[in-house]
Design a protein around this ligand. Structure first.
Ligand code: GYE
Length: 349
């Protein structure tokens, strides 16, 4: 037995007493949890709907890579608070393995519903099967997954990335209508800054864009590089491209975050974005609308981050054992340089 000075002994006693206190609290909590989760488990096994007033939603978010993402997070958190739903929120800091860990902890905690934003499309079947076996319905939000078993999730709410890509292509057909009609030999050179590799947002935007411009051989994509939806990478990549090639007609950027970095890099090189080079971007953050008004970008395609209230409504329906629509695409607009933007209010992100 280590001999301690009086003071220390008293302290240790207190600690031990406290330890005992803490230990007993933890024990009670564990019992409570196991009772709750047993209760939840039994209720789920018996497919008895969760009482709405104490609905627990586990939400796995990707991270905080853009103003868009942070608005999406706020929308979810505010909507949960506003509808009395207990939200277990996990920020995965851009890592799929963290999302899988978070979903597993939601299953262990026996939440009533799980919702998540899949950072990439592939690799979810195992953990979603675990949720299914635990009787917990899963809602996929914002980005889509690819799966061999569609029954692993109850439904999707979010953006139609393919349509966003098409809108970008359609704007360019209009913008270069005269040049296309003239049928000149000089290609219209396009640089694409794409989003997170393997994400449905990047895959869809790239696919929709090519669906439109591939029908017009005058367009030539000379570079397509992932900037991971980050402003810093948008800046770096554009700096690199401009140091070796200035013969660029168009930049198609998969999100406003990267676009803001691109504008910085261009202006540093004395290039006038929106004039010397046509810029098409997606998200419709406030900064992008401001750049459109200032003539620094030519087309902004909205991607709506404010899905919180709809997610809470779907979570309640799932917890009540109701079926939900398999696919819900949110309403989105397109803003172009020719539009009267005076009626467009503050974006909130
Ligand atoms: O466009 C971008 C964010 O998943 C649709 O992710 C979303 C995208 C959005 O980083 O800003």
């Amino acid at each position: 037995m280590v001999h301690l000075e009086a003071g220390k002994r008293d302290q240790r006693m207190i600690l031990e007493k406290n330890n005992y206190g803490i230990v007993s609290v933890i024990l009670v909590l564990l019992c409570a949890c196991s009772v709750i989760s047993c209760g939840n488990q039994d209720r789920k096994k018996a497919a008895v709907p969760a009482p709405q007033e104490d609905l627990i939603l586990g939400f796995s978010q990707i991270g905080a890579e853009s103003a868009w993402r942070m608005c999406n997070t706020r929308s979810v958190q505010e909507a949960a608070a506003g509808s009395g739903i207990q939200l277990l929120f996990a920020n995965a800091e851009q890592k799929q393995e963290n999302q899988i860990k978070a979903i597993r902890s939601f299953i262990a905690y026996q939440v009533d519903v799980i919702a998540f934003v899949p950072i990439v499309a592939d690799g979810w079947d195992n953990v979603l099967l675990e949720a299914k076996e635990a009787g917990i319905p899963v809602l996929v939000t914002d980005r889509k997954i690819t799966t061999a078993d569609e029954s692993l999730f109850a439904g999707f709410i979010g953006t139609d990335s393919i349509q966003e890509g098409r809108e970008a292509g359609l704007f360019l057909l209009e913008k270069f209508r005269t040049r296309l009609a003239a049928g000149g030999t000089a290609p219209i050179t396009v640089v694409e800054l794409s989003g997170t590799e393997g994400s449905s947002a990047a895959l869809g935007r790239a696919k929709g864009f090519r669906e439109v411009i591939d029908a017009h051989p005058a367009f030539r994509i000379v570079e397509s590089i992932s900037g991971d939806f980050l402003r810093s990478k948008g800046y770096e990549i554009m700096q690199g491209i401009l140091s070796k090639n200035r013969n660029i007609d168009v930049v198609f950027s998969h999100n406003d975050g990267m676009t803001l970095g691109i504008l910085d890099a261009m202006q540093e090189k004395g290039i006038k974005p929106g004039k010397d080079i046509v810029i098409v971007t997606i998200d419709a953050e406030q900064a992008a609308l401001d750049a459109l008004r200032a003539g620094k970008v030519n087309c902004v395609i909205e991607c709506n981050p404010k899905t919180g209230p709809a997610i809470m409504d779907l979570a309640k329906r799932l917890a009540a054992g109701e079926a939900i629509p398999r696919l819900l695409h949110v309403e989105e607009s397109v803003f172009t340089e020719g539009d009267d933007l005076s009626a467009v209010g503050p974006r909130g992100y």
